[in-house]
Ligand binder design. Sequence first.
Ligand code: SF4
Length: 368
Amino acid sequence: MKLKKEEEIEQLTEFSDITLDNLSKQELTVFFTSIGEKKFRAEQVYKWLYSKYSDDFESMTDLSKTLREKLKAHTKLTKLEVAQITRSKIDGSMKILIKLSDNNYIESVILKDSERLTGCISSQIGCRMGCKFCNTAKIGLIRNLTSGEIVRQIQLINKISLDEFGKKVSNLVFMGMGEPLDNMDNLIKALDIILDENGLGYSHRKITVSTSGVSNKIINLFELKNAPNIAISLNATTDETRNRIMPVNNKYPIKTLLTDIKKLPLQKRKRITFEYVMLKGINDSIDDAKRLIKLLKGIPSKVNLISYNITKDSEFQKISYEHILRFQKVLTDAGICALIRKSLGEDIDGACGQLYAKYLKQGGCDVN
Ligand code: SF4
């Protein structure tokens, strides 16, 4: 993470409404040294905020009382509030409605698949990408989440997960509200903390960032020291269909997107995941399957076939499981790793963008 520009750092030197958990480790260091504190204060506070999940200054007992009072009087911490929790009777998944300090709301989901717990994380309030099969798209973009809100969201669902299941979520998928790559700076800042052993301590192998295909920004994720897994929400095999269901395709057509993906410096054994929400009569023909084989040629990939969740006002229909199996067979016969993913949390209206359908292995290849 780059340090802020000089003038922004200057602002950090004044106690002026700074939200401490929106600062990176380096920015915290700049802040503490600029107010006359030793560098190690930044490290102490960083650990309290992130690895110890502290959300008040009183608990930071290794800081002097004077410093704690100063911080309390002149800086802020991100506050999230649980507004509602809904539990799935089918699989135990939980949807958590979270109230932010400006009275906006986001959703996070704890997906339970057997013993595996995955946190589905939001990156924006609403979304401007306009995918036609997605409920969040109807909201439009209200604003980006701050890095503090992204990290605190994960801490909050981990606290709930500990209470409910006795353990934190082991995997994180950025497939909740929002297009993560449309909030790149805050995503990268949050990832820095999520991956840091003195932060949330997750392995990059346990994190997946899903994008609707903001082609020019995918490379920025790959340039990170520990790049997370990438999932591309493809959902069509022709520009005509993809333009219709995913307006982002008008800017980054399939050919551009896949050409950019082919250029990514993939590590050995790393594959790109392609999400494919199956919409009856739209993208589910055997010709689509054959086109998909051609499109993915030369890309180490796996395909997740996702059954569409019908929600209120759905303009699409679900296809039968048998039909998905036929589609899958065409792909697997051509040597493509294609898995059918079952939707979790269907009865809690857990589908935000339909993309966090999670994760039942139904095929013959390894899953991250
Ligand atoms: S599917 Fe994702 S990118 Fe598309 S509108 Fe919904 S939240 Fe945004």
